[in-house]
Each structure stands twice: as structure tokens, then as C-alpha cells.
Design a protein around this ligand. Structure first.
Ligand code: SF4
Length: 409
């Protein structure tokens, strides 16, 4: 059975805010965020990256606003951006006010960096008057020193306390248009902090493992933390923090939500068997070629590449489309039913062709148009392979014989 959103814990109900046109929290789809790495003052380069991020699945993009030139850049970027823009404010209250003036749809404040209560309240009041939400972005690496000392480190309780204090300042000026993050680079700390935050606040939560590092480790850390929480029903928006092209962050966020069944699939989901002694073809090569050819089509489809016809079509019967290798031929199947048998060197081309036809005509029409002799041809291949390899697909019997001949005891 497929894992779908209904297999996960029910999503914890949070209040809803709007970051420009994107709703966050409540029953809004979980959104994907990323951050530009360009100088915000370089308007064209930043916009090019924002478009690339939006194309890769980002719903909201954050840009740093660290100097006046960056704020001026934002004034030009915001009206031309395809997605809402959040300004990241580090230490300077003036930058927060300038970003609001530039028209950003959200702010991110780090309570560890912007510390003076009167400045925090000034920004909150200005955001309130403009109807712009703020993320209280607590980070274990830059926790307020007082809180760090009181809790004896950047513990989950300390992270949540930092968010609570910041929220209290906001509430003093009647502002609660807020989402909260309590990120840490330790996955275990981050998970505990978000669980506690989820019990403490009803504001939307922005998930992330901070400073997760380069691929593939960063992807693993981010997924370990974010997916664990999503499976528990915690989280309304997310960002992977990777030391990589931010497009990878957007792709990862989008794919994670799709594989958990929390967002509709927009592109290819390629599944492939890990290969084994039964494989009749180089599965890694065929799967890699299929991935690159099918990704380019931009069709929301699940495609399977299976190394043998004995188990392949059955094991991947849930896939929209698949191919399994056998006796120098490929068995093309739709939802487990063989529709065509093609020469081995045409396997990838046949997948691409059929994926396009499914996108145009639909699965049922393609099943109805199947080659009716294909099932019999496929069955003959399966029977021949079973005959040839039987249960000993890994040729263990021959290996054992060799060991015996060498007299190894
Ligand atoms: S589909 Fe065939 S080749 Fe692939 S892992 Fe399964 S048995 Fe092995």
C-alpha cells in the first residue's frame, strides 16, 4: 500500500497567516521555502535565482537584507518576483524598517541578533500596520546569551523560551501575525524543540535543520528532522538549509512533501529496483538514463525501472508506467499489466514515448490500446528465465561448487 498523508499523524491545527499570496498554517498546504545566495542589491541575479527556485518548487523565497543597497534591491525585486519575498534581518532595526518600506511580504527576525525590546516592538508595530507577518527565527547557534546561560546551553527548552519571549514583545503591541522556527544543527535537539514548540504555541511552525551542510549528508540531516516532525503532524512550512545551490533546497523540500503524500506530485517519481543477481540489464544505467530523459518532460508520473521480468512488473504494479528487463527485451507495463515488449536498447525510448502518450491520453486509454500479444510474449520470457535461473538467481550453487573444489573448509 502506498504511504499517503492519511497514514501520517493528523496535522496539528495552527492558526493561519498569509505571506503575500501564500497561506501558511491551518489547512493550507505545507509550503516550501528557500533562500537566495546572490547579493540582494544585484537585482537581476537575485531575480534569476528566485525564478529558478520557484521553478524547482519554492513557494516563498527569502533574501538577506543586510545593507541599504539590499533594501533598495528588494524594492525592485518584490514587484517582479513570482513568489512572496521574505527579508532576513540580522542585527539592524533600520534594515527591518527599510525592508518593510520596500514592500516585502514577510520578515524573519532572529531574537538572538536583534535584542533591544524597544526595537523589536518598533518593528512589530510597523509590520502590524502594514499587515506583514514575521517569522520568529530562533537558531541554536545564535541564542540570546542570557537564555543560553539560564538553560545551560542551547537546549530545546531554551530555544522555545527564546521564541516565547519574542512573541511576548510582539503581543505587547498587539501583533501575532507570526510563524515560529526553533532550528538547531543537531537533529535530535531540533526535533525535541519543535515538539515542545508545537505544544507551546498555536502559531504556524517553520521547520528546518540549520547548517545541515553539503550533499548528501545535509539532505539526510534535513530529511531526518523535517520528515520525523511532518510524520507527527508538526510543521506548516519548511526549508532545507544546504551548503549547495539553493535550487537543491527547493527540490528537496518539494520532493519530501510529495513522497509523504502532503503535496500533489508535479513531476517525475522514478522508482527502480536495487538490482540483484536476477537482473537482466544494468539497472543503474537504465534508471539514470530514464531519469534524465523523463525529468525533461515535466509530467507528473510514477515510472518504474525493474531489473528483471520475474518480479519486476508485480513488485512495481502500483507505478503508472514501468519497464522490466528480460532476455534482451524490455516488458513495458502500465499499472502492472504488460502492454508491449520492446528490444532492450529501446527501453528508455519506449518509456519516454509511453509517458508522453499517458500524459495526452490517460492511463485507461493506453491500457485499452495495448498489444494483446504482449502478455503471452512476456510470459514466455518469464518462464524461460525461471527455467534458466530457477531459485538460484545469484548462482550461489556454482560458487559453492567452486569453494568445494578449492578444498576450503
Ligand atoms: S526486480 Fe528483479 S533484478 Fe530487480 S531486485 Fe527484484 S528480483 Fe532483482
Amino acid at each position: 500500500m502506498d504511504v499517503t498523508a492519511s497514514s501520517l499523524s493528523p496535522r496539528r491545527r495552527t492558526r493561519q497567516i498569509a505571506v503575500g499570496s501564500v497561506k501558511v498554517g491551518g489547512d493550507a498546504p505545507i509550503s516550501v521555502q528557500s533562500m537566495t545566495t546572490t547579493k540582494t542589491a544585484d537585482v537581476e541575479a537575485t531575480l534569476a535565482q528566485i525564478y529558478a527556485l520557484a521553478g524547482a518548487g519554492a513557494d516563498i523565497v527569502r533574501c538577506t537584507c543586510n545593507e541599504r543597497a539590499a533594501a533598495e534591491g528588494l524594492a525592485q525585486i518584490v514587484p517582479r518576483s513570482p513568489v512572496p519575498i521574505v527579508a532576513d534581518i540580522h542585527f539592524h532595526v533600520e534594515m527591518a524598517l527599510a525592508a518593510l518600506e520596500a514592500g516585502v511580504q514577510g520578515l524573519r527576525l532572529n531574537p538572538g541578533n536583534l535584542r533591544k525590546p524597544e526595537e523589536i516592538k518598533l518593528v512589530a508595530a510597523e509590520a502590524r500596520d502594514r499587515g506583514v507577518p514575521i517569522r520568529i527565527g530562533v537558531n541554536a547557534g545564535s541564542l540570546h546569551p542570557d537564555i543560553y546561560e539560564r538553560f545551560g546551553g542551547a537546549t530545546p527548552e531554551a530555544l522555545v523560551e527564546s521564541a516565547r519571549q519574542e512573541l511576548a514583545y510582539f503581543q505587547e503591541v498587539g501583533f501575532e501575525d507570526v510563524k515560529i522556527s526553533v532550528k538547531a544543527s543537531s537533529v535530535a535537539t531540533m526535533i525535541a524543540a519543535y515538539r515542545l514548540a508545537s505544544e507551546t504555541f498555536d502559531h504556524p511552525l517553520h521547520l528546518g535543520v540549520t547548517e545541515a551542510g553539503p550533499l548528501p549528508g545535509g539532505l539526510l540531516k534535513g530529511t531526518a528532522g523535517i520528515a520525523t516532525l511532518l510524520a507527527e503532524g508538526i510543521g506548516d512550512t519548511l526549508r532545507y538549509s544546504l551548503t549547495a545551490d539553493p535550487v537543491e533546497e527547493a527540490k528537496a523540500g518539494r520532493q519530501l512533501l510529495e513522497v509523504l503524500g502532503l503535496r500533489e506530485r508535479t513531476g517525475l517519481d522514478l522508482i527502480a529496483c536495487p538490482s540483484c543477481g536476477r537482473a537482466e540489464v544494468d539497472v543503474i544505467k537504465v534508471a539514470t538514463e530514464a531519469q534524465s530523459a523523463l525529468s525533461a518532460l515535466d509530467i507528473p508520473i510514477q515510472v518504474a525501472v525493474m531489473g528483471c521480468v520475474v518480479n519486476g512488473p508485480g513488485e512495481a504494479r502500483h507505478a503508472d508506467l514501468g519497464i522490466a528487463a528480460g532476455r534482451h527485451r524490455g516488458h513495458l507495463f502500465i499499472r502492472g499489466q504488460i502492454i508491449r515488449v520492446v528490444p532492450e536498447d529501446e527501453m528508455v525510448a519506449a518509456l519516454v514515448d509511453e509517458a508522453k502518450r499517458i500524459a495526452e491520453e490517460g492511463v485507461e486509454a493506453r491500457l485499452a490500446a495495448r498489444d494483446t500479444s504482449a502478455e503471452a510474449a512476456a510470459e514466455a520470457d518469464r518462464a524461460a528465465l525461471l527455467d534458466a535461473k530457477g531459485l538460484d538467481a545469484n548462482n550461489a550453487g556454482a560458487t559453492i561448487e567452486r569453494i568445494r573444489r578449492r578444498g576450503i573448509h
